[in-house]
Design a protein around this ligand. Structure first.
Ligand SMILES: Cc1cc2nc3c(=O)[nH]c(=O)nc-3n(C[C@H](O)[C@H](O)[C@H](O)COP(=O)(O)OP(=O)(O)OC[C@H]3O[C@@H](n4cnc5c(N)ncnc54)[C@H](O)[C@@H]3O)c2cc1C
Length: 307
């Protein structure tokens, strides 16, 4: 498809909104309003990238050449309570998790309140298996609807998805929606739990900073580290960063948060550079390796111009 024949929903030089608030634009950007439009996008560029809420994403300063697709359209963000008694809910991948959480809580269905304070679209939450100490999205996923790179429909049952810590194995698909199995519960109890988790997060994490939440996955220790954890245990990457003395470390326009060592933040979106964040991530990982001999793996997804 040449530029002249591209559908009207494809725009050019479009900023890619992320929680970091820095980084380049998409040469081509689309907001398809249906799965059929999404197939058109795949025909234009089978290597397209899906933008969720941009809460776990850093886009390099020179942007990306691949078509970037946002599923933030009403058709792809619908919520349907299919069976309230058994807690079955279907939702489009573009729905924001907070909206879905609030709607299901109002319907007296529990399970998503554990994701209070985790910004995401449903699609992004499933692909990243978002969660934490209170639970993870995989706990409520019953079935995932997606299309593959050839535009074919794919339906995956929960048992066929390799969910593990911050992992789903679904990165090569475009998730279009999911069926969730929630638990009929008391609305007031769910609201109270959501509030409690939100308040906890606000106390321990810089929630309003320009960041992508935790930059690194919590590693599993090969050897016991005094005061950190035993061999074979998953430990907090933030604790390792803190113990390595890196809180507050600055690199250009990026900084390790003083409040939470695993949050790398950009103070000023207008002057901030994605490159500084990328280099700070490398610096932090190297220092933790030198200090503890522990390799930190990035949780944040980095998009570069070519691949
Ligand atoms: C303040 C803050 C707090 C956070 N706290 C937590 C936390 O407690 N726990 C946690 O797990 N995470 C946390 N995060 C990270 C983030 O919320 C999660 O990783 C979330 O799942 C990202 O979803 P998203 O829709 O924003 O995805 P994006 O960041 O937009 O994308 C992330 C990846 O998913 C892919 N993707 C997105 N949608 C789709 C789709 N429909 N189909 C296929 N691929 C898709 C993208 O291509 C990209 O590779 C936090 C982030 C912030 C900013």
């Amino acid at each position: 498809m040449t530029t002249a024949t591209l559908p009207a929903f494809v725009t050019h030089g479009t900023p890619i909104k992320t929680w970091f608030g820095v980084g380049g634009s998409a040469d081509r950007f689309a907001t398809p309003t249906s799965v059929s439009d999404l197939r058109t996008c795949l025909a234009i560029d089978p290597t397209l990238r899906v933008l969720g809420d941009g809460a776990n994403l850093l886009v390099d300063d020179d942007g990306v050449d691949a078509l970037v697709v946002s599923l933030d359209s009403p058709q792809l963000a619908k919520i349907e309570v299919m069976d309230a008694a058994s807690g079955l809910v279907r939702a489009g991948a573009g729905i924001h998790i907070f909206k879905l959480m609030n709607a299901t809580i109002r319907a007296g269905l529990g399970g998503l309140e554990v994701l209070a304070g985790v910004p995401a679209t449903l699609g992004g939450a499933i692909v990243m298996n978002a969660g934490g100490a209170f639970g993870q999205i995989a706990d409520v996923v019953e079935r995932v609807h997606a299309v593959d790179r050839a535009g074919r429909d794919v339906v995956l049952e929960r048992r066929d998805i390799a969910f593990s810590y911050r992992h789903s194995g679904l990165t090569n698909l475009i998730v279009t929606g999911a069926e969730l199995r929630l638990t009929p519960s008391d609305v007031a109890v769910l609201e109270a739990r959501k509030k409690e988790i939100n308040e906890y997060k606000l106390r321990v994490q810089p929630m309003s900073a320009n960041s992508a939440g935790c930059c690194f996955k919590n590693p599993t220790l090969r050897n016991t580290i005094e005061g950190v954890g035993e061999a074979g245990k998953r430990v907090s990457a933030g604790l390792l960063i803190d113990r390595a003395g890196l809180k507050g470390l600055r690199h250009g326009t990026a900084r390790v948060s003083e409040m939470h060592g695993n949050f790398l933040v950009v103070d000023d979106k207008t002057t901030g550079k994605a490159r500084d964040v990328i280099e700070l991530m490398d610096l932090v990982a190297n220092r933790v390796m030198n200090h503890f001999g522990v390799a930190l793996e990035r949780e944040v997804v980095v998009w570069r111009r070519h691949g």
